[in-house]
Design a protein around this ligand. Structure first.
Ligand code: MG
Length: 266
């Protein structure tokens, strides 16, 4: 009898183990000493942790340099709330102007070129590049073309994936990046059937969207689409997305995400 119970319990535990999602550090691993969002150090720290991916945001400056920064303003107003300091509009400033204000950890604002130089130092961690909205479709095509060319020049086609809120940016990435390059749509408003029709790899939706429509996760998988979710930091939410079987978790808390995955997954 005891043996049967043991076998039953073991079977239940194995049923309760979930598929293992991959962890992506949102704007790099920044919640550590000397690091900050979208810094070279944040990418280095994600590489040091051996994470699947490190996310970053890119914008085109007025003089055509691709910088790694969240935008629209530098310094980022979200993280300097209440501080009455002058800010530069990234897409309307030259790179030289942006360099006059260092990041929170003292680094100069990185260019994509500098980021790719660091990316190349590790074979494990991929760079998930978010291409931000720009003022015109022409500017968006310009940043897509320049990014795809630069990634190819570095020999990093297999180490880069793309995400974007604008359908236009997704379409331009699909047209200009090498075939099979993973591209995911961020805006949360298209259902899996529509995203499948866009011909891209999957969705990367906000936690609240998937919480309201958890059936989209299975629907995506049925259609061969991947599911990424942002930005999941709290333990309860991390547990929920792991239970739902998402493929990727984008988080500001990669340490906790990694720990819970180890505990809950096969
Ligand atoms: Mg982003």
């Amino acid at each position: 009898m005891k043996k049967i119970v043991t076998v039953l319990v073991a079977a239940m535990v194995s049923v309760a183990a979930f598929a293992q999602p991959q962890v992506i550090a949102h704007r790099g691993f920044h919640a550590t000493k000397g690091s900050c969002r979208n810094s070279i150090e944040a990418l280095k720290q994600a590489q040091k942790m051996g994470l699947y991916g490190s996310e970053c945001d890119i914008n085109l400056t007025k003089d055509g340099v691709i910088v790694v920064a969240h935008g629209g303003l530098h310094p980022d107003k979200i993280y300097r709330k209440g501080e009455d300091i002058p800010r530069l509009t990234i897409q309307k400033s030259t790179y030289e102007e942006l360099l006059t204000i260092p990041l929170e950890n003292g680094e100069p604002m990185p260019t994509l070129e500098q980021y790719l130089t660091q990316l190349k130092k590790s074979k494990k961690t991929k760079l998930i590049i978010e291409i931000k909205d720009h003022a015109t479709p022409e500017r968006e095509t310009e940043i897509v073309q320049k990014t795809v060319d630069m990634v190819a020049k570095f020999g990093l086609n297999d180490m880069v994936e793309y995400i974007a809120f604008r359908p236009w940016v997704c379409f331009e990435l699909k047209r200009l990046a090498p075939e099979g390059t993973p591209i995911a749509y961020l805006n949360g408003d298209y259902n899996p059937a529509y995203v499948k029709g866009m011909g891209i790899a999957g969705i990367d939706y906000k936690f609240d969207v998937l919480k309201k429509k958890p059936h989209w996760i299975k629907d995506c998988h049925k259609r061969g689409l991947k599911v990424n979710v942002w930005t999941v930091d709290a333990e309860e939410k991390l547990r929920w997305v792991i239970e739902q079987g998402v493929d990727y978790i984008t988080t500001d808390n990669p340490v906790l995400a990694t720990k819970l995955i180890k505990e809950m997954c096969k």
